[in-house]
Every structure is written in structure tokens, then in C-alpha cells.
Design a protein around this ligand. Structure first.
Ligand code: HEC
Length: 317
């Protein structure tokens, strides 16, 4: 193949991989945007700060709000705080809470009263035309996204897509090299059992060095994916949830997946560097062993990311 045709072929591959990836991540972004813009506990805090803090110190902290039987997680009707606002006993003075605010507090308690800023699915308030959750939420823009959660979800899925793309490109690169080397082997009639191993070593080195375009596309996709992932991780850390003893929430699972991803990624970069070393020094068996491990981990990483993203997006609180 001439170098021009090689370049065309590489570009075509990369463009189609990118198209394959962008379409589904766009769909994910839409699904994420459909989640009502509310900020979980932060919205609760906003309501209580505005309407209750003048008379109650306990509105200052999550622990304060949760104590004294005011909130029975999962049971709004047993929660003193909800009883007080539902019956309009509270706020004792000033404007009563709106039906939407009441519905939001009810939905938050029903969802287990999480301390996170993650959006909560809230049914519409009775007699209210608007979706309850849209009312109290003063959504805060984050970079170019409607809020931090959307940014987190979009960068998470997009980086997953880049890692899948890197995997496809890496696989094509590997098969390319293999086909080229095996064609050469057959053309000179070299034999696995009787041939001089130095011939094979030299050919692997040569094939590896010859066309490096896809190799750098592979690296580029990983760098792009990892850059997005760092943005994702930083916003994720700011949304870290406390573990509730005796309870495994979907946020716990998401957090474990985060640590699992980090360790897999470190191992994967190590394996990738080792694989480059095996190829550049023409070590056939080492290259196969490392390549198989690299490919298996390369499948596991986006699977864990996708699983963690979907789990958090689709499961209820
Ligand atoms: C103007 C002052 C005032 C405001 C504003 C007010 N409260 Fe109260 N609240 C009181 C007083 C006084 C009591 C104690 C008497 C009672 O229980 O009726 C009380 C009692 C309570 C209690 C039971 C005791 C406790 O501390 O757990 C809850 C729950 C409560 N308020 C919730 C709220 C909530 C929620 C809001 C805001 C939506 C609010 N209050 C706003 C004055 C106020």
C-alpha cells in the first residue's frame, strides 16, 4: 500500500469510529437532559434555609435536619417535618410552602432522604399542572451544561465512547500488523518450528515500525477519553456520597466502580506500554500474551464505565 492510501484508510477508519461513538453518546446526553433540573438535598436545603432557618437552627446541617425524628427516610407521612409542612402548621409565620415545594420534600423523603445533590424523581404535586421537580430547582449552569450532573453524565459516557473507539482502532492496528507479518512469513516460506527465530523478530520489529498512524490514533483516543474522564472524576468527587451503614445504594456501587476503573486504567496503560516494548523488540510470544491481557482489560474498562453510568442513570434512588 502506498503511504497516501494508508493515510486515507486510517482516516476513514477513525472517522467512522468517531461517528459510531458520537451518535450513541448524543442519545445518552438527551436521556440525561430529560432528568428534571433539581439538586437533591441542595434544593431541600434551599427551601428550608429560605422558609425555616429564621426559627430553627437545625436547618444548618444535614445531620440536624435528619435528627429528632423530623425525617424518617423513606416514609414522608411518618416524618414530623413533612407532617408540619403538609398541614401548613409550618412555617409558623410567613408564606406557606407551595404545593410544588411540599411535593419535592415528600419525594426527597420517599427517595430515602439522600444527602447528595443528585436530582430526585418527584411526582407532580396534587393540583399542580407543573412537574413538581421543576419548581423549586434553581438549576445552576456548569460550563456549557445545564448543571453539574449533566456534565458529569455526558463526559462519563463520552469518555467511555473514546475508550471503545481506542479499542477498535487498537484491534485493527494489531490485525493489520499480524496480517502483514504473516503474509511475509508465507511469502518466504518461513516455518514456526524450523525457521531461524531472528527472522521473525526482525519482521515483527519492521512491521511495528512501518506504519504508526493507527498507533497514534489509538493513543490520541485514550488521551481524549482520559481528559474527559478527569473532568468527570473531579465533578464526581464533588458529588461523593456518604456510605449509609447497612445499606448498599446505587451511589455506593457507582463509587466502587470509580475506584475499580482507576486501578484497571493504571494496569491497562502499563500493559499497553509493555505491549509496545514487546512489539518494538520483536518478541512474538510475549506480544501475544500481553496483547491478550490488554484486549481483555480493554473490553472490561468500558463495560465497567457503561455499567456504572447506566446503573446510576436508570435505577431509582
Ligand atoms: C416564625 C418561626 C418559625 C418558622 C419560620 C418555622 N417554624 Fe417550625 N416551629 C416553630 C415553633 C415555635 C415550633 C415549636 C412549636 C410547635 O411544635 O408547634 C416549631 C416546631 C417545628 C417542628 C417540630 C419540632 C422540631 O424542631 O422538630 C418542626 C419539624 C418544624 N417546626 C418544622 C418547620 C419547617 C420545616 C419550617 C419551614 C418550612 C418551619 N418549621 C418554619 C417556629 C417556626
Amino acid at each position: 500500500m502506498s503511504s497516501c492510501r494508508r493515510f486515507l484508510r486510517s482516516s476513514l477508519l477513525v472517522v467512522s469510529v468517531a461517528a459510531l461513538l458520537v451518535i450513541p453518546s448524543g442519545l445518552f446526553a438527551e436521556a440525561v437532559a430529560a432528568i428534571p433540573a433539581n439538586k437533591g438535598f441542595a434544593t431541600i436545603k434551599e427551601i428550608l434555609d429560605r422558609s425555616c432557618s429564621a426559627c430553627h437552627d437545625w436547618t444548618a446541617t444535614y445531620e440536624g435536619i435528619m435528627s429528632g425524628g423530623r425525617i424518617v427516610a423513606g416514609a414522608p407521612d411518618k416524618s414530623l417535618l413533612y407532617q408540619k409542612i403538609a398541614s401548613d402548621q409550618m412555617p409558623q409565620e410567613g408564606d406557606k410552602l407551595t404545593p410544588d415545594q411540599k411535593a419535592f420534600i415528600r419525594g426527597w423523603i420517599a427517595a430515602g432522604a439522600p444527602s447528595t445533590e443528585l436530582p430526585i424523581a418527584v411526582p407532580a404535586a396534587e393540583g399542580s399542572a407543573a412537574q413538581a421537580s421543576s419548581a423549586p430547582a434553581a438549576s445552576q449552569k456548569f460550563l456549557f451544561f445545564p448543571d453539574k450532573e449533566t456534565f458529569h453524565a455526558v463526559t462519563g459516557f463520552a469518555s467511555t465512547a473514546f475508550f471503545i473507539g481506542a479499542g477498535i482502532i487498537g484491534t485493527v492496528r494489531f490485525l493489520d500488523m499480524m496480517n502483514e507479518a504473516h503474509a511475509y512469513r508465507d511469502s518466504i516460506g518461513w516455518d514456526e518450528d524450523t525457521g531461524d527465530p531472528a527472522v521473525r523478530t526482525a519482521e515483527i520489529k519492521a512491521v511495528w515500525a512501518r506504519n504508526q498512524a493507527l498507533r497514534w490514533w489509538h493513543v490520541g483516543f485514550i488521551v481524549a477519553g482520559e481528559t474527559l474522564y478527569i473532568g468527570d472524576a473531579i465533578t464526581g468527587i464533588s458529588m461523593f456520597t456518604k456510605h449509609q451503614p447497612g445499606k448498599l445504594t446505587k451511589h455506593d456501587v457507582h463509587r466502587y466502580a470509580f475506584f475499580l476503573h482507576a486501578s484497571m486504567m493504571v494496569a491497562q496503560v502499563g500493559l499497553g506500554l509493555a505491549e509496545s516494548y514487546a512489539l518494538s523488540t520483536g518478541q512474538h510470544d510475549l506480544m501475544i500474551g500481553l496483547g491478550a491481557a490488554h484486549a481483555a482489560l480493554g473490553l472490561a474498562i468500558p463495560a465497567v464505565m457503561l455499567g456504572a453510568g447506566l446503573e446510576n442513570l436508570l435505577l431509582p434512588e
